[in-house]
Design a protein around this ligand. Structure first.
Ligand SMILES: Cc1cc2nc3c(=O)[nH]c(=O)nc-3n(C[C@H](O)[C@H](O)[C@H](O)COP(=O)(O)O)c2cc1C
Length: 313
């Protein structure tokens, strides 16, 4: 099917001047730094979100770092990345020549780590925004910020002061009340939130009598988490005024549309990139086709009316 972008307004605003030409992004950790997927049609992407980046290079966890689970996968990569200096010097100049905006996912063990990365990337050509990973279950201290609304707000505020870049905060589902964390980061100056990161989980190899992953537990992603992710997005969209980006188990246009109908302004595709890298193009085309068929001429018209009231029902 031909993409009908010309007839439709599928642009998305994520705040702080960050505008995407379309609502389909690739999720952090499943697309490297944008260089490893030569077969992917970058023109289908609204934005690329990079692997989590820390102040200094990290080797990540020892193997085994991934395992397949029913309708999904487990990973405990442990934030393997080349460090912010390498990203700023070697990668950003290349991104500056791309049409698609690149958003750098930021991680760390302490507030100072996030601030350091944000400061280094502030004003660097080729970096369109930051996504703060306050929700990584696969490193020591990775989850701590995302579990506590007060800490999440403190971190967001500190990064906000360190950079003029658009700021997305990525939330963890491993909490009792994701909306409380969303509200806290909104009040602290986040321009948007993305939801969700992976669920903590594990698998055991019964033959060898040991966990599948070297670290024991890891993060569950893929279609298995979609219903929970969708409900988190539905609640967040009802409660927050800033844009919500939906993530979790999206593999088809219909999956993506569910998130957009629930109130997400854009979606990120993660695990599916490993299986079918052409999915991003198919999802974008499918959204355009749906809008055309149902006579929506812009994405803002998609969310189910009364999301707010229904989320409280
Ligand atoms: C192998 C792998 C590595 C990931 N690395 C990161 C990361 O560095 N930072 C981050 O915020 N999320 C990371 N994620 C989480 C994804 O960005 C996404 O939130 C999650 O996988 C749910 O989406 P999905 O079901 O479409 O994969 C990673 C996921 C996978 C599968």
């Amino acid at each position: 099917m031909r993409f009908m972008a010309d007839q439709l307004d599928i642009g998305v605003g994520l705040g702080h001047g960050l505008r995407l030409r379309g609502p389909v992004m690739v999720a952090s950790g499943t697309f490297g730094y944008g260089f490893d997927a030569p077969l992917v049609d970058r023109s289908a992407l609204g934005a690329i979100v990079t692997k989590g980046t820390t102040p200094r290079p990290r080797a990540g966890n020892a193997p085994t770092r991934i395992a397949e689970t029913p309708s999904g996968m487990l990973n405990a990569i442990g934030l393997q990345n080349p460090g912010v200096e390498h990203v700023a010097r070697e990668y950003a100049p290349i991104w500056a020549s791309w049409e698609v905006p690149v958003i750098v996912n930021v991680a760390g063990d302490a507030i100072q780590d996030y601030v350091e990365v944000a400061r280094r990337l502030d004003g660097v050509a080729g970096v369109a925004g930051l996504e703060l990973n306050i929700s990584c279950p696969n490193v020591v201290n990775g989850l701590q910020f995302g579990l506590d609304p007060r800490l999440a707000a403190e971190l967001t505020m500190a990064v906000r002061r360190a950079t003029e870049l658009p700021l997305i905060v990525k939330l963890t589902p491993n909490v009792t009340d994701i909306v409380a964390v969303g509200r806290a980061v909104e009040a602290a100056g986040a321009d948007a939130v993305s939801a969700i990161n992976t669920y903590v989980g594990m698998a055991i190899d019964v033959r060898r009598r040991r966990p599948m992953l070297s670290r024991g537990s890891g993060g569950v992603s893929g279609p298995a988490i979609k219903p929970m992710a969708l409900q988190a997005v539905w609640q967040l969209a009802a409660e927050l005024s800033i844009p919500v980006i939906g993530i979790g188990g999206i593999t088809t246009p219909s999956d993506a549309l569910e998130f957009l109908l629930a109130g997400a302004v854009a979606v990120q595709l993660g695990t599916v990139n490993y299986l079918r890298p052409e999915s991003t193009r198919e999802v974008l085309d499918g959204i355009a086709q749906y809008m055309h068929q149902h006579r929506f001429n812009n994405l803002r018209a998609l969310p189910i009316r009364g999301v707010r009231a229904m989320a409280h029902a």
